[in-house]
Design a binder for this molecule. Structure first.
Ligand SMILES: [Zn+2]
Length: 90
């Protein structure tokens, strides 16, 4: 998902990238949903996806790959910024 502005519970890493938090259960549900969807596609339609497909292990900071976050402040994330989900239940 992308295009979300920072919701209240979004964390942010020290590296400067803003992410939004989901629980591990939410991430697992989304991964299962995406895997089921990808299974309906032809090999050609799956070309844009990595061979290993969706994984909860990918719910980390897209900037640095880390998993430690601090709460974001409103000014951390400009309107219209693209953010990605990370597993964070802190
Ligand atoms: Zn980072």
């Amino acid at each position: 998902m992308s295009g979300r502005s920072a919701p209240a519970r979004s964390p942010r890493l020290a590296c400067g990238w803003v992410s939004y938090a989901v629980t591990r259960a939410e991430a697992e549900n989304e991964v299962a949903r995406m895997r089921a969807y990808l299974a309906t596609l032809s090999a050609e339609d799956r070309r844009g996806w990595s061979p290993e497909g969706p994984s909860v292990e990918k719910y980390v900071c897209m900037g640095c790959g880390r998993r430690e976050f601090r709460p974001a402040r409103a000014e951390d994330c400009p309107d219209g910024a693209t953010t990605n989900p990370v597993v964070w239940e802190g």
